[in-house]
Design a protein around this ligand. Structure first.
Ligand SMILES: Cc1cc2nc3c(=O)[nH]c(=O)nc-3n(C[C@H](O)[C@H](O)[C@H](O)COP(=O)(O)OP(=O)(O)OC[C@H]3O[C@@H](n4cnc5c(N)ncnc54)[C@H](O)[C@@H]3O)c2cc1C
Length: 325
C-alpha cells in the first residue's frame, strides 16, 4: 500500500456531508497523501470544501445526471481518479451511497473491501479493520491486504477532523456516458420521509426512542420534548409504529432503521432482540424502564428503573436547565 487515499465525498444542501468529513479524518490519520473526489450537480462548488480539512487535491465530476442515476454511475469517474492518482485506498462515508459505491468499486478496481468499519489502521501490507457483525453482538477484525482496499465507514464511529485550511487544486473528471443499465434505472421521484422535528434518524448523533411503555400516542410528546431538549432525533419501537402512534419511518430495529448515534435513549422499550439489532452499536445507551428485568438493561450503559412518566419530564427539565433552554 503505497499510493494515496481517495475520499469519496457526498454533498447535501450544497456542502460536504458529516460522513464525508469523518472519512477525511480517517484518511488523514492513515498518514498518506489524501485526495478528494466528489461527483454530482454541486461537485464543483462543494469540492473546494475538502481543502478546509487539509485535502488540497480534489477531483470533481460535475454532472447533475450523477445525482439521479444509481450509485454505480460514479464508478467510471472514480476509477479514472484512482488510476490517475495511483491510489491504494478508497474511503467512503457510512451511507447507503457510500456502501453501494464501495461494493461496486471493489469489483471494478479489484480491491479488498469492507463496509461498516469502526476502526482502521495502516499495517505493513494493507490495512486492519474492525467492525460490528451479527447485529452488533460481535466485533470482527480483518486484514485487507494486496495493492488496493475499498472501505466504507460506519456513521458516527469517527470524529470529524480539525480544520486545516489550504488552497484547493481542482481537477475536472469527465463522467462520460452512463452505462445503459444504469441509465435504464431512472429515478422518477423522491418523497421526503415523514420524520420528527430535529435531525434525521440515521444522521443524528443523539436518538431518543419511545416504546409501548408510553401507553398511547397522547403521551409520545414526552419523548419528543426530551429529544428537542437534547437536539436529538425521535425514534420508536415497532410496537409504537404498528399501533400507528408514529409512522413506520420512526421505527428502529431489524425491520426499521439501524442507528448508531453517540447517545441512544430508550424510553419504555423492553429491548426485544429485533429492536436491539437496530441500536446496539450506539456509543452510549441509556434505558428508562419500570421493569428491572427488562432485556434492554442488558445492553444499556446507564439504566434508570422507574416510571417514565415521572423520570422523563424531570430529565427534560434538567436538560433544558443545563442547556439554558
Ligand atoms: C420479524 C419481526 C421483526 C421485528 N422488527 C422490529 C423492529 O424493527 N423494531 C422493534 O422495535 N421491534 C420489532 N419487532 C417487535 C419486537 O419483537 C417487540 O415486540 C417490540 O420491539 C416491542 O416494543 P416495545 O419494547 O415498545 O413494547 P413492549 O415489549 O411491550 O415493552 C414495553 C416496555 O415498557 C415498559 N414500561 C411500561 N410502563 C412503563 C412506565 N410507566 N415506565 C417505564 N417503563 C414502562 C415495560 O416494562 C416494557 O419493558 C419485530 C418482531 C418480529 C417478529
Amino acid at each position: 500500500m503505497t499510493g494515496p487515499t481517495v475520499v469519496v465525498g457526498e454533498v447535501a444542501d450544497g456542502h460536504l456531508t458529516g460522513p464525508t468529513l469523518e472519512a477525511i479524518g480517517v484518511a488523514r490519520a492513515l498518514g498518506r497523501p489524501t485526495v478528494g473526489f466528489v461527483a454530482g450537480a454541486h461537485a464543483r462548488s462543494a469540492g473546494p470544501e475538502f481543502a478546509r480539512y487539509g485535502v488540497l487535491e480534489v477531483y470533481v465530476a460535475d454532472d447533475a445526471r450523477l445525482d439521479s442515476a444509481p450509485g454505480g454511475a460514479r464508478v467510471g469517474p472514480l476509477r479514472e481518479v484512482l488510476a490517475s492518482t495511483g491510489a491504494s485506498v478508497v474511503l467512503a462515508g457510512g451511507t447507503t451511497n457510500g456502501r453501494e459505491l464501495v461494493g461496486r468499486i471493489a469489483i471494478a478496481w479489484d480491491a479488498a473491501a469492507a463496509t461498516g468499519v469502526t476502526e482502521l489502521a495502516a499495517v505493513e501490507d494493507g490495512v486492519r479493520v474492525r467492525r460490528p457483525i451479527f447485529g452488533g453482538r460481535a466485533t470482527e477484525s480483518r486484514r485487507l491486504t494486496g495493492e488496493r482496499q475499498a472501505i466504507a465507514l460506519r456513521p458516527h464511529a469517527f470524529p470529524s477532523p480539525a480544520e486545516s485550511p489550504g488552497t484547493p487544486h481542482l481537477h475536472e473528471v469527465s463522467p462520460g456516458a452512463l452505462p445503459a443499465p444504469l441509465a435504464a434505472a431512472e429515478r422518477t421521484g423522491v418523497a421526503p420521509t415523514v420524520r420528527g422535528a430535529g435531525p434525521g434518524l440515521t444522521d443524528a448523533s443523539i436518538v431518543v426512542s419511545g416504546g409501548r411503555g408510553l401507553r398511547g400516542p397522547e403521551n409520545f410528546h414526552l419523548v419528543e420534548e426530551l429529544a428537542a431538549a437534547l437536539g436529538a432525533a425521535v425514534g420508536a419501537s415497532r410496537a409504537v409504529t404498528d399501533a400507528g402512534w408514529r409512522p413506520t419511518s420512526f421505527q428502529v430495529g431489524q425491520t426499521g432503521r439501524a442507528v448508531s448515534p453517540q447517545l441512544y435513549v430508550a424510553v419504555g422499550i423492553s429491548g426485544a432482540i429485533q429492536h436491539i439489532v437496530g441500536m446496539i452499536s450506539s456509543r452510549v445507551i441509556v434505558a428508562i424502564n419500570s421493569d428491572a428485568s427488562a432485556p434492554i438493561f442488558k445492553v444499556a450503559d446507564y439504566g434508570v428503573v422507574g416510571d417514565l412518566f415521572q423520570i422523563v419530564p424531570a430529565l427534560t427539565a434538567e436538560v433544558r436547565r443545563v442547556r439554558g433552554l
